[in-house]
Design a protein around this ligand. Structure first.
Ligand code: PLP
Length: 364
């Protein structure tokens, strides 16, 4: 039997044909019309007014913070449980990361903890909609930030296609950020996108990603800026992937539902509350007994099944080394979480193989 990867991207003849046609058309590969089309497709899908595509979903967050004027002396609130890119994106701005514990109900930043973490130096909140889930009270986060004069940056890297109360994730905050790295629901190899309804923030992002230029190609520099631009070669792939997105969003939900159906009630396995009307789970995530997680991973591997432990609680990682801090929910989740095979291209038969292997382990 072929190994079932925990995650893999999915392309077919359509992307191959699009790349071929683009190269034959004499395009310069660097960003131009296809990138603008890709941005329009993302804005159209999410319902945002503006979209700016950049090199990846980490630099996108840094640019979002810089566009909001975040700098030295400021603090940015970031959940303790997230991909390391979320806090790392703060570092280039010179601001300080303040870790906040998460909510058991959705693994996103806990509202009360966020409120308690605000100081006079707080400039922005980075709300990560982890695995397509968002807080039920997301509007309260928006209201709180507005009332306190804080910028709300949504790190929706894992949430393209998920929504809350009928509104796309990534469009609640001042700026929303997406990632198109290889494991994401759609991918361009690398890539990121920022969406906003705020024309001033959009104008700032456009300059920050293009050397501070007044306009593309115009060598008049209004602000400090870097090169975080995309390429048309990636955009032609992204445009085909965007056409596939609605199907993939539904397929991810169906994959999750099939896993739940087959593993429901299994001792030692806990599900995170998930409303499949709104959430398209990017990864199939379960909580297991922390002391048996490594053994389960090894068992799955022996059955030709890939899996991956959750991210660690970031405050205690050597790079941050804030070992005196305590974020109990993040710490527990990080030790118990496991991602099962989650690619959109997984067949029902493969899901059944994975579930049989998980059940076999439980019976051991
Ligand atoms: C929550 C979150 N934020 C940011 C990123 C960074 O995105 P990229 O890999 O495109 O830089 C990721 C990537 O997995 C992510 O999961």
């Amino acid at each position: 039997m072929e190994f079932i990867n925990q995650m893999e991207p999915w392309f077919d003849e359509r992307e191959a044909d699009a790349v071929n046609a683009y190269l034959r058309s004499g395009g310069w590969i660097t960003e131009f019309r296809k990138t603008r089309d890709f941005e329009a497709a993302i804005a159209g899908f999410t319902g945002a007014t503006h979209c700016s595509v950049v090199s990846n979903g980490t630099i996108s967050l840094t640019l979002a913070l810089l566009a909001c004027g975040v700098g030295p002396g400021d603090e940015v609130l970031v959940p303790d449980y997230t991909m390391v890119a979320s806090p790392n994106s703060v570092q280039p701005t010179g601001a300080r990361v303040v870790f906040v514990d998460i909510d058991r109900a959705n693994l996103c930043m806990n509202f009360e903890r966020m409120v308690a973490a605000v100081t006079p130096r707080t400039k922005a909140v980075m709300l990560v909609s982890i695995n397509g889930r968002a807080p039920e009270r997301i509007e309260e986060y928006v209201r709180f930030c507005r009332e306190r004069g804080l910028y709300l940056i949504e790190d929706a890297a894992q949430s393209l296609g998920s929504c809350k109360h009928g509104k796309n994730l990534g469009t609640f905050g001042d700026i929303g950020s997406f990632s198109f790295s290889a494991p994401k629901v759609i991918t361009t190899g690398q890539g990121g996108a920022l969406v906003t309804d705020n024309p001033k923030l959009f104008a700032a992002i456009q300059k920050l990603r293009d050397f501070g230029r007044e306009a593309p190609g115009a060598d008049h520099y209004l602000t400090m800026g870097w090169n975080a631009k995309f390429t048309d070669l990636q955009a032609v792939i992204g445009l085909v992937q965007m056409e596939k997105l609605p199907w993939r969003v539904e397929r991810k939900k169906a994959i999750y539902a099939r896993y739940q159906e087959q593993l429901r009630g299994m001792p030692g396995l806990e599900w995170i509350p998930t409303n499949l009307q709104e959430t398209s789970p990017w990864f199939i995530d379960v909580l297991v007994d922390a002391t048996r997680r490594e053994a389960l991973i090894a068992h799955l591997k022996s059955c030709q099944v890939g899996s991956r432990p959750f991210y660690p609680a970031l405050h205690a990682e050597p790079v941050y080394a804030r070992t005196a801090e305590r974020h109990p929910v993040a710490e527990e989740i990080a030790q118990r979480g496991l991602w099962l095979p989650s690619a959109s291209k997984l067949t029902d038969e493969q899901i059944d193989v994975v579930c049989a292997a998980v059940r076999e382990f439980a019976g051991k």
